[in-house]
Design a protein around this ligand. Sequence first.
Ligand SMILES: [Zn+2]
Ligand SMILES: [Zn+2]
Length: 404
Amino acid sequence: MVSQPGVMGRSTVAWRWDQGRFAFFQFDELRKIAKFAIQHDLKATARTPLVEATGLPFRPINDEYPPWRNYSRVFRTAMLVGNIDDKAAPTRVAHFLAQDGQVTSDEYFHFLAQAFTDPHPSFQEWASTTTPRYPLLFALKFLLARANAGAPVVTFPEIIGAYVESGFDGDEDQSSFIGLANRAWSRPLRRPRQGDPDRQARESIQVLSQITYLSATSSEVTVSLDRRDALDVFLSLAAIRGSETSDSEAEITRRASLFEGAVAGLELDYSKTVLDQALEAGFAEGTRVERTHVVLERNAAVRNAFFNAHPTANCDVCGRDTHQEYPWVDRVLDIHHVLPLCSGTRSSGEGTTLTDLVAVCPTCHRAVHRYYAKWMKERDRKDFHDGSEAREIYDAVKRSRGTP
Ligand SMILES: [Zn+2]
Ligand SMILES: [Zn+2]
């Protein structure tokens, strides 16, 4: 760990994360790994079957070199397995993620925030005797407190600086966080060639920004949530505690076993903003999974980023030019997300990625959602299996459309 005695004491260091693993920490991909983990031993598997099951790279490309050597920290930080009796034992979280339509990206990442500690049992410096801090819980509550105060755009140096300087463990109450949210925070300027001591912390927040109401760039995170909903989510968050076991792998398993109870306590209905919109968007019931999809599609920061990058006025389904039809506006288009309904956006080192989004006119969007609902009902399904199935069905909608 980089530290300069007397200048950079231990307390100025941000938390650790498994750096440079964005491709693996995407919700849709973690679900594929979970599906594999409940049927095979991730610790013993060779590369080829894992790559075939997930489509992920798992480097180096060499079957003599088991993926576990380079990726065990991804699997354990994501709380999918614990290394028990020399096997990668799937956790309760893996079992839930493996089932289609059981867990939304929001439930998973809120749980991860509540369960991830500094240090984490997937890192060597963890010890059951250390009093843990919850940096991702802190980051999320800081963001929500700022959104509740009407300042929903927060930079990484503000979040990380507030964590380091406040000494909060992340489980403090509303009034404590209001106090923090109203103060100015920053990080010391980096010196050239010193490296970036905050990179791991920043990446972990970018991973967390797959939550549907968040959107990240390389420098900041935006919360797109009604102020009252931000408060409801804040108040439902609590650190995963209980007596820590002395073995790190058993501790990962223990925390993961608390998943259901923790998720049941979360207030992720977004009821102030979203139920009506889910129904309005063409879903028949406005279920938990459908609302997750709608929260993402109504995320103003994601929408703005998408149209800045793709300034189109044409519907991806029917091709109509909405600007030509209605010349007094730039466009009349919705954002549609082409991944399973339970998934959030993806994230990279640049922040939220927009590759799974398409622009559709409100009529086609409603028709797409009706098609999805019918397709799932006929198959007694709650969601798409993965991103490629979701893409396939979206393409089927485009092909099935009749000409007016
Ligand atoms: Zn259209
Ligand atoms: Zn949609």
